[in-house]
Design a protein around this ligand. Structure first.
Ligand SMILES: [Zn+2]
Length: 92
C-alpha cells in the first residue's frame, strides 16, 4: 500500500504513522459526567467507506497529512497537507 505525500510524492506505507481519525472532537468540560469523558476517550466512529485519517510522514519529511481512505478495501482516495484541510484536529 502506498500513500501520496503532497510534498514527497507516492511513498510506501511503512514511511508513515497513522494518528487516527482526522476529526476535531469536542473536549468535555472538566466537571462533565464520567460518561461524557468515556465517550470522548474511547468511542469513535468506524465508518464503512470513505474515512479521513491523520497521518504523519514520519520516515520522510515529517509532514502531517489528511488521507481519505475507503475502509472497505483500503483504496486511497486522496491526500492533502493537514494545514490545508478543513475541519481537522491539530497535529499533536
Ligand atoms: Zn513527505
Amino acid at each position: 500500500m502506498h500513500i501520496n505525500c503532497p510534498l514527497c510524492g507516492e511513498r510506501d506505507l511503512r514511511e508513515f504513522t497513522c494518528r487516527g481519525a482526522a476529526v476535531a472532537l469536542a473536549r468535555p468540560a472538566p466537571d462533565a459526567p464520567d460518561a461524557a469523558w468515556d465517550d470522548y476517550l474511547h468511542i469513535r466512529d468506524n465508518p464503512a467507506g470513505a474515512s479521513r485519517e491523520l497521518w504523519q510522514h514520519s520516515g520522510g519529511c515529517g509532514a502531517w497529512i489528511v488521507v481519505t481512505r475507503d475502509t472497505r478495501d483500503h483504496t486511497m482516495l486522496g491526500s492533502e497537507l493537514a494545514s490545508d484541510a478543513a475541519g481537522v484536529r491539530g497535529a499533536p
